[in-house]
Design a protein around this ligand. Structure first.
Ligand code: NDP
Ligand code: HSE
Length: 393
């Protein structure tokens, strides 16, 4: 079976490494997988694949017109890759993608096109890397109502938060370490700005509720403005801070958000380094928790190979998502919030419960309020760090 890969960075080289090192074992189990060619952007870059005979090309047509029936997308490109996936699906090729930017932005279109062209669209690696979450959820939706999901879905942010907390390292130093470990995106803005976690909770929620959820409707706060003083303040109150992505379907409304959260000694607070953690609530069980590597070379490649084997052995689930359920979206997230700001607006004043000034900054605990109200109150303020105070998840 010949396949093609688009992209040969951290994850692409991980896919090649596993397929090369495990070839004997795969062959023994009737998985004769050969990489026909690999699409890259910059032909002048030095590559070190384990299989020295691999063919690299920067000409997409070589892949489109090849005999391969399955193409793995591990590029860091959004629009160009999206256009290419469209062409590949129309040409009858199955797609496996780790590229959550594409999977999230074009979730509806890609599912529709996969169905129309009778090809597989597999994206297990796009959420939480090595943790199996997409496929278990795909099976659950046939016989269970999953009405709530909550997760640490960005390895880079978790690495930064937990290392700043445990080792007392500075933001810039730990971000650099997360980049060196291959967790962060080429441009880490999406990681630390919360957008990567937003894309992942959109993918999960769209699938679970079979609904159309717009990226821009998800209230998203990241950790890019965090300072040591925020972690110190949280610690003084007995909390850790983690970036949580949450969605809940209740009473015909979806409450969905991404926000740093003060957590007391629970499953999420005990998630360290590049790990991801997910808690799922369903009708047939109260809840269960999953934890594991949410980013990294072999960790992400592992999920891709699982998709590949499912397709090759005709065990993959055909796309059933059609987004036909219609729900209102609300960004209530009712609760108390922590805020650090150098200035206070009149709108914010009304929401303050406690205000402690440390080194010129206001460290505020709000009264119980909604996230959209709070967002409106901090709209004109610069460099605010905001976190939800969670008593119970
Ligand atoms: P890298 O930046 O390490 O590699 C990206 C690869 O994509 C490079 O080989 C690059 O080519 C290629 N590429 C970029 N643009 C194009 C283009 N227009 N045409 C052809 N090739 C292109 O990224 P990662 O390997 O870390 O991530 C790959 C994808 O997987 C991303 O979408 C990422 O979000 C996702 N992902 C990453 C995880 C991780 O832990 N790193 C985990 C889960 C998902 P060239 O080498 O020539 O520059
Ligand atoms: N940049 C992502 C992260 C990679 O840090 O979680 C995994 O999707």
């Amino acid at each position: 079976m010949k396949i093609a890969i688009m992209g040969f960075g951290t994850v692409g080289s991980g896919v090649e490494e596993i397929l090369y090192k495990k070839r004997k074992s795969l062959l023994k189990n009737n998985f004769d997988i050969e990489i026909d060619r690999i699409l890259i952007k910059d032909k002048s870059k030095k590559r070190s694949p384990l299989n020295k005979n691999l063919i690299f090309t920067d000409n997409f047509k070589e892949i489109l017109n090849s005999e391969v029936d399955t193409v793995i997308d591990v590029t860091s490109s959004l629009e160009e890759t999206y256009e290419r996936i469209l062409s590949l699906m129309k040409a009858g090729k199955n797609i496996i993608s780790a590229n959550k930017a594409v999977v999230s932005k074009y979730f509806e279109e890609l599912n529709e096109l996969a169905r129309a062209n009778n090809v597989y669209f597999s994206y297990e690696a796009s959420v939480a890397a090595a943790i199996p979450i997409i496929h278990p959820m795909m099976e659950e939706v046939f016989f269970n109502d999953i009405n709530k999901i909550c997760g640490i879905l960005n390895g880079t942010s978790n690495y930064i938060l937990s290392m700043m907390e445990k080792e007392g390292l500075s933001y810039d130093v730990v971000l650099k370490k997360a980049q060196d470990l291959g967790y962060a995106e080429a441009d880490p803005t999406a990681d630390v700005g919360g957008f990567d976690a937003m894309r992942k909770i959109r993918i999960l929620s769209s699938l679970l509720y079979n609904a159309k959820i717009k990226e821009e409707d998800i209230l998203t706060f990241g950790i890019s403005t965090i300072q040591k003083s925020d972690l110190d303040y949280a610690k003084k109150m007995g909390y850790s801070i983690r970036l949580l992505a949450k969605s809940k379907l209740d009473g015909g409304k979806i409450d969905i958000s991404v926000i740093p959260t003060f957590l007391k000694d629970n499953f999420f607070a005990k998630t360290f380094k590049g790990s991801n953690a997910i808690k799922v609530w369903g009708e047939n069980f109260s809840s269960y928790e999953l934890k594991g590597p949410g980013a990294g070379k072999l960790e992400t490649a592992d999920a891709i190979i699982r998709d590949l084997l499912r397709i090759l052995s005709a065990r993959e689930i055909k796309t059933f998502y059609d987004g036909t359920n219609s729900y209102d979206l609300e960004n209530n997230c009712l609760g108390k919030y922590y805020l650090r700001t150098s200035k206070i607006s009149s709108k914010l004043e009304d929401l303050i419960d406690q205000d402690e000034i440390l080194a010129g900054d206001h460290h505020i605990i709000t009264k119980k309020t909604s996230l959209d109200k709070l967002e409106a109150a901090i709209l004109d303020l610069n460099e605010v760090f905001i976190a939800k105070i969670e008593e119970e998840i």
